[in-house]
Write a new protein. Sequence first.
Lengths: 175, 180
Amino acid sequence: MDSPRSGFRRAAVASWALAGIGVAGVAGVSALTYADTVKPAGAQAPAAGDPSTLESIPPAPPVVALPVPVAADLPAPAVAPLPVAAAYTPPPAYTPPPAYAPAPADTPPPAYAPAPAYTPPPAVVQQSVPVWAPAAGSQSSGGGSSSSSTKRRGSTGSVSGGNKFTPPHTTSKGS
Amino acid sequence: MSSEALWALGRGNGIVALGFMTLSVALGIATRSGRPLFALPRFGVADVHRFVALAATLLVALHMGLLFMDPYAKLRFIDFVVPFLGAYRPLWQGLGTVGFDLLAVVILTSLLRQRLGLRIFRAVHWTTYLLWPIALAHALGNGTDTGRIWFLGFAGACALVVGVALVLRLRSNFTEYADA
């Protein structure tokens, strides 16, 4: 009974029993600590003796007892007669939806028509006034007009054949 | 595994490790008395003491490893060896590091008992009387379950077991042949 073999056996049993208790203890304590970790804050009940939490709770409103009607006083509910089965009215005939009308073909926008090329206006050519040339040998009597009076003179005194008019010069600056 | 599960499992391993350390201290004192304990013979008490101490070391290793993987604890390798460097409650976490260092020395000297000799082994083994209150202080100060009634009851039970064992240890007739 008290042999060394039985002593070793008891020691082994005690050791492995403690090991099992340890494993179970780790599982249980871990479950407890996990429950404490993931427990929501609102789920914790306030302490019983904490006056701050007790005072902050508003009192419950009084319960108003509603009068319970006696069954005898109640009027009997009017029983509505069951509706007679009406004549069968067939559902409206199925009307197929209108046939699919394809949308009109997309008309492309009109092609881009380039603006007509710029055609400069015709240059105005001012023709000089024809000089009246009297006939040779004919004398006007009493006319007194000489050729010098009919010639236009310029400011410099030179005789000019007409206005030095240059047509308006239009230069395309590009678009 | 989620972060909350790692955190809870690490804490669970640490709490059970404290219980196994408590049991190991009590069984060590019982072994030193030389008396049989319940149905266990003397050598059986020493055998269970050794098994429980190694199980406590394994649980401490699991406790540290799980909390090392947990992103919330933010443990570093240096926190396992050098105390009081942690970011979260450095004093209480540093006590845990001191306890781990002491535990490592005690386990190593116990495994090398035949080589070191009985004198060195016994001198180092006396530090377990310092290791247990350090572990308890680490659990009370660094744990997040200190406000729970179940944890306070567990810690109180551990303290009661060690206190009773110490009282028995300090009695004059502690050893079996003290009167002889």
